[in-house]
Write a protein that binds this ligand. Sequence first.
Ligand SMILES: [Zn+2]
Length: 232
Amino acid sequence: MNEKMYYEKNVICPICNGSFSLLKIRKSALRVVKTDDDFCNYYSHVNPIYYYVSICPHCYYAAPEIIFDKISYLEKKRLKPALQAFKSSIDFWGERSFEVAIVSLKLGIYCCEVRRTPKSIIAGLCIRLAWLYRMNEAQEQEHYFLGQALCFYEEAFSSESFPIGGLSRAGVMYLIGELYRRMGELSIALMWISRAVEDPSIKSQPFINKKAREQWSNIREAIKRSSDSLSI
Ligand SMILES: [Zn+2]
């Protein structure tokens, strides 16, 4: 283990009460080199998405660290039988490769769906999967999980309180619009981003405000170009 990059944290599993160590990345090791318009960060060394999902080595309970311990009696009751038959030869507890990170996110989605967590949690897992596939130039899988993230963010938008995944109401509207843009649905993307630009909460977020205005004019241009080419 590279001690400048990682450290270990002892954890007790809330499902089976087994104890284990999680590999954690030191904040000082994170270097963002680029960010895409849907907030996908690229890192020069280690990628924190690889370690976003914590997994118990005894029962394979998996969840983002922020909700790993926050599990109700009813959620435990739903999860226990669903995990009973699960076995894997994958080592989730050392330094994770791209392939192991992908499986960890999928296991996280499975457990969150069984638990019936808020949709925003599942949206956050799906968008991270899409980002990892993007970084690996796997376009078909990226597109599939962006579509999944979009569905879950839309459900979360209409049923959960803000902030959602660290984003305000205007921030979520911008992200939904940006995901529609990436799915090729330009008119719906423009509608969501217009709503973000007009939302009073955007004034207190200069970064989102700037991004939303830039994407609003980019999408308008793209729509104009496609209607011009149709009329030739
Ligand atoms: Zn466990």
